[in-house]
Design a protein around this ligand. Structure first.
Ligand code: GMT
Length: 377
């Protein structure tokens, strides 16, 4: 099927893996000739280039003085309907049930049933918000009413079914990275600014939310550093950053730890690392572990959510029960002190990222879903 489509995409444009995946998908679809309309409150941060098939429509929120809370969701629904009508969109692909799928369904009621809604679940609206009684019925409604629902891991599909008692079909569409961007970069000069040649670099990248268990990263690193001279690079920022800084100081390892803040060129930054640490409590997929894998960097992390579907324990990294920092440290030490084992893992990472999470194939899977809901298969 080669018919080009007019697709609206709504996501959180300024943060997180879901925004990255939605933006990268939009770019891939535009390369294939589809018209892609991002309908969001700001321009997606990874959009990065002019393309005649990509459009951006800004959602502006009314600041009418009687509104105690500016009604972003209503403004979004209204904008989705306006753009869908004006641009004759075939479908809206929204990332997250709350609020985006709910807004898209309202837009569909305004525009007509020919406008299809595809909802991608990324995690927290199931693993966090669906636990909240005040929202669970609305999330279930959004999932049941969407024309298609996709989720980024088997684990998330299972959890959606168990938590919300949803039994409609849900397509599995793993996240992907663009292999033209994510590959092992030559960063030897930059690396010398962070570590001596005989030191290893461990890295953690996240939004420092409690769910990421960033304090575990510090504990694992301290144990590794007792055995192998190493450095720890933190990338990103968020609520737990100050606790992490305090713990680093308390352990007397400040001279071995760098806080790099938010970074744009993730492929370049990750290529500095010998190992990624991802000890999350919940993680529906763990896009950063895929970004690392594609750059040839193994992950030591937790057996949480969808991480085991991505990181193959013993092949492309090592996984432990959540909170087991002793085992995580032992695994890291074993891997970083055995050159042959390490090299095998780097190669396994590169091949798994290319084959199992190929951007072309996963984009084609999304297109198949679009054609299916439009009845054009
Ligand atoms: O992990 C976060 O805090 C950000 C969140 C987001 O909205 O990007 O990430 C979720 O979606 C990503 C893309 O599908 C997944 O890789 C993350 O695992 C997922 N986060 C959680 O499940 C906690």
């Amino acid at each position: 099927m080669s018919e080009t489509l007019r697709i609206g995409i709504t996501c959180y444009p300024t943060l997180g893996g879901s925004g990255v995946v939605a933006t990268e998908l939009g770019k891939m679809l535009a390369e294939k000739g589809h018209d892609v309309h991002f309908i969001t409150h700001s321009i997606p941060f990874r959009l990065g280039r002019f393309d005649k098939h990509i459009f951006f429509h800004e959602v502006e929120v009314s600041d009418y003085y009687v509104f105690r809370y500016p009604p972003y969701d209503l403004s979004l629904a209204s904008k989705l309907a306006q753009v869908a009508k004006r641009e004759k969109l075939d479908l809206l692909h929204v990332h997250y049930a709350i609020p985006h799928a709910v807004c898209a369904l309202l837009a569909k009621q305004m525009v007509g049933d020919h406008l299809k809604v595809v909802t991608t679940l990324h995690g927290t609206d199931i693993t966090v918000l669906a636990q909240d009684d005040s929202l669970s019925d609305l999330i279930r409604y959004a999932i049941n009413q969407s024309d298609a629902v996709t989720a980024v891991s088997e684990d998330l599909i299972r959890e959606t079914r168990e938590t919300l008692l949803v039994d409609r079909p849900i397509d599995l569409t793993y996240n992907f990275v663009d292999k033209r961007v994510y590959y092992p970069r030559n960063v030897s000069k930059l690396r010398a600014e962070f570590a001596h040649v005989d030191e290893k670099i461990l890295m953690h990248i996240s939004n420092f939310r409690p769910v990421k268990r960033v304090l575990d990263v510090v504990e694992v690193f301290a144990k590794v550093n007792d055995n192998i001279p190493s450095r720890l690079l933190f990338v990103g920022e968020g609520p737990d950053l100050s606790k992490v800084m305090a713990r680093v100081k308390e352990l007397g390892i400040s001279d071995r730890v760098s806080f790099c803040g938010k970074q744009d060129d993730v492929a370049e930054v990750i290529s500095l690392a010998d190992l990624l640490l991802l000890p999350s409590e919940k993680e529906s997929f763990g896009l950063v572990a895929l970004e690392a894998m594609a750059c040839g960097v193994p992950t030591v992390g937790s057996l949480a959510g969808g991480i085991p579907e991505l990181v193959k324990d013993g092949e492309t990294g090592y996984l432990s029960p959540v909170g087991d920092t002793d085992k995580m440290a032992r695994d890291a030490i074993r891997l970083l002190s055995d050159g042959d084992l390490y090299q095998r893992m780097v190669e396994a990472c590169l091949s798994r990222a290319r084959n199992a999470f190929c951007n072309n194939r996963i984009t084609a899977d999304y297109e198949d879903i679009y054609y299916r809901v439009l009845g054009r298969t």
